[in-house]
Design a binder for this molecule. Structure first.
Ligand code: AMP
Length: 421
């Protein structure tokens, strides 16, 4: 299949060829004809499959069919869970539409609303928004959604996880019923199907890959390790393997900060990205990572969701996610667009259950590979030492200092710290 054969507007084809895309990705090949045919679409596509162009290209084609009125009205609304994703979609829409006379704006919270208000007052055709800021500005009468004819709910599963369901429902009430609706989600849960039933009319269902299947180009590597040795192991791995750029995932914001600090102290350029960071700090960290100034980006699941970081060879799960589908999202950051990637997970005893759930979702048993000098202690040893540490440090579950092979040291065994492949 070629982009030409999809019958897209020549100005859009020109932009696609400027991007260097040769052919539509599978999700694009399936979704674009349906969207162009005016259908509502329920699409299951993980990040990295080209889903953004999958909805943006036909949306631009449809909008370009009619000249905008002298006073532009919002005709397309793209709702997305995170600020970063909103900014990224905005960049994509601008690029794909650069040879069209279409005005696009993006609004999200965490930054001063005034520039966004000014931009909206100039008139826009396409608005990309996170739910909170959209409702805020709607309540202030800064924008009207009465003319929306094209509505996209991107990363709908994540929106539900983040508790946006009521906001989404409120937004939908402001949009005309006579519209085309697209819902993109990495997974099709019961809740997503219910959402689709409520907002979409006889949707066509398209899937880029079988449900919950990770990209085939990704190699999964599991390193069993003691929890207290993880920080030392990650520094060792990054240094010994000389990886250029790595995205590291943690479960919590606190841990993301700690790991970024630890890496920086070890002389590795690192930054943390999570919901407690200011918008400026997040944008700066992401830009630094994209231009190579930052080597290691440590992120929580929500912050990293949907970030477009091309050709990322390595993703490290410092901690496994407690929601197995998040593992699939995380490793969607590597092995993109046919390139091969590695997903490395540092797994401690307390994460065994998470690992089992992930294996169940992936439908494969992942190979465990210990690293010399960082071998995992037995569960009994871990429990014994945890109890001893707890006694020593009161209620804090964490030892004050975390050195390689802590558990073994406690048991009088010499910890080997050299890393061998
Ligand atoms: P997405 O899944 O939308 O985040 O897109 C993932 C990456 O694939 C982005 O860097 C896009 O620029 C790129 N991409 C999208 N469509 C194509 C295509 N047809 N051919 C090659 N790369 C593409």
């Amino acid at each position: 299949m070629t982009f030409d054969s999809l019958g897209l507007n020549p100005a859009i084809l020109k932009a696609i060829s400027a991007k260097g895309y040769n052919e539509p990705s599978p999700i694009q090949g399936k979704a674009i004809p349906e969207i162009l045919g005016g259908k509502d679409v329920l699409a299951s596509a993980q990040t990295g499959t080209g889903k953004t162009a999958g909805f943006t290209l036909p949306m631009l084609h449809i909008l370009a069919k009619h000249q905008p009125e002298r006073r532009r009205k919002i005709r397309a609304l793209i709702l997305t869970p995170t600020r970063e994703l909103a900014a990224q979609i905005y960049e994509n829409v601008k690029e794909y539409g650069k040879f069209l006379t279409i005005e696009t704006a993006v609004i999200f919270g965490g930054v001063n609303q005034n520039p966004q208000v000014r931009r909206l007052r100039q008139g826009v055709d396409i608005l990309i928004a996170t739910p909170g800021r959209l409702l805020d500005l709607k309540a202030q009468n800064v924008l009207s959604l009465n003319s929306v004819e094209f509505f996209v709910l991107d990363e709908a599963d994540r929106m539900l996880d983040m508790g946006f369901i009521h906001d989404i429902k409120r937004v939908v009430k402001f949009i005309p019923k006579d519209r085309q609706t697209l819902l993109f989600s990495a997974t099709f849960s019961k809740e997503i199907r219910a959402l689709a039933k409520a907002f979409l009319v006889q949707p066509i269902q398209v899937e880029a890959a079988p449900e919950n299947t990770a990209a085939e180009t990704v190699t999964h590597i599991i390193h069993p390790v003691n929890r207290t040795d993880k920080a030392k192991l990650i520094v060792t791995l990054i240094k010994e393997e000389n990886w250029e750029q790595v995205l590291v995932f943690t479960r919590t914001k606190h841990k993301a900060n700690r790991i970024a600090d630890k890496l920086k102290k070890s002389g590795i350029a690192a930054a943390a990205i999570h919901g407690d960071k200011s918008q400026g700090a997040r944008t700066k960290a992401l830009a630094g990572f994209k231009n190579g100034a930052i080597r290691i980006l440590v992120a929580t699941d929500i912050a990293a969701r949907g970030l477009d970081i091309p050709l990322l060879p390595i993703v490290i799960n410092f901690e496994l996610p407690n929601i197995p589908e998040d593992y699939v999202h995380r490793i969607g950051r590597t092995g993109r667009a046919g390139a091969s990637g590695k997903a490395i997970s540092l797994v401690s005893h307390d994460e065994e259950e998470y690992l089992k759930s992930i294996e169940k979702v992936l439908g494969v048993k992942l190979t465990r590979k210990s690293i010399r000098g960082f071998e995992q202690s037995t569960l009994e040893e871990v429990q014994k030492i945890e109890a001893a540490l707890q006694e020593k440090h009161g209620n804090s579950r964490r030892p004050k200092r975390s050195k390689g092979n802590n558990y073994k040291k406690q048991f009088g065994r010499k910890g080997k710290t050299s890393f061998k492949k």
